[in-house]
Design a protein around this ligand. Structure first.
Ligand code: ADP
Length: 193
């Protein structure tokens, strides 16, 4: 099993790179952001709850997000591995993911941390907001809030994986292909360990 955490701030390119990585490594892509957005579109109870947080740039509560992630993993019993995109986003989520995988005799292989300067993130998100239809990309105040929440609540997740010697920092500026090849090299190095 190859289980990858793709980590990085909003706008770092996690979604774009996930698409390439799942094709190359035959993994199941689990993006909590995508799942929330699908639920918002479908008008489900979960979607309505998630929307009330997402529109403000806040995180959806851990309890809800962890339960959702576990049920999505359980829906894919024959997966050869997963790419976790946008999860874990808090220390509590990282701990919950480890114990959940452990209960299945599995673990995280590597955590890839996409490093992108804040000014570049804001530029990318505003650009994406012109076409994505995502309300959380259209408003500079919401973008700033997401970056602030990332700095306060999500950056500790990096230290969590560094302590396990599983964090690989990837320079996230350059062409999509260049970044993809940096990610692939880091995965290949981790997979043979
Ligand atoms: P981005 O990385 O561009 O911020 P995502 O699509 O990953 O976008 O997430 C969009 C929003 O969904 C987040 O701002 C947050 O409100 C919510 N969300 C996604 N994943 C999580 C998570 N693991 N925990 C809590 N909230 C989440």
């Amino acid at each position: 099993m190859l289980n990858i955490v793709l980590f990085g701030p909003p706008g770092a390119g996690k979604g774009t790179q996930s698409e390439n990585l799942i094709a190359k490594y035959k993994l199941v892509h689990l993006s909590t952001g995508d799942i929330f957005r699908a639920n918002i579109k479908g008008g489900t109870e979960l979607g309505n709850l998630a929307k009330s947080y997402i529109d403000k740039g806040q995180l959806v509560p851990d309890e809800v997000t962890i339960r959702l992630l576990e049920s999505e993993v359980n829906k894919n019993p024959s997966a050869g591995g997963f790419i976790f995109d946008g999860f874990p986003r808090t220390s509590a989520q990282a701990e919950a993911l480890d114990s959940f995988l452990d209960s299945k005799g599995q673990s995280i292989t590597v955590m890839l941390s996409l490093e992108v300067p804040e000014e570049e993130l804001k530029r990318r998100l505003l650009e994406r907001g012109k076409t994505s239809g995502r309300a959380d990309d259209a408003d500079p105040n919401v973008i700033q809030k997401r970056i602030d929440v990332y700095n306060a609540e999500t950056t500790p997740v990096k230290a969590y994986y560094q302590q396990q010697n599983k964090c690989s920092e990837i320079h996230g500026v350059g062409s999509i292909d260049e970044i993809f090849s940096r990610l692939s090299s880091a995965i290949d190095a981790a997979a043979v360990k």
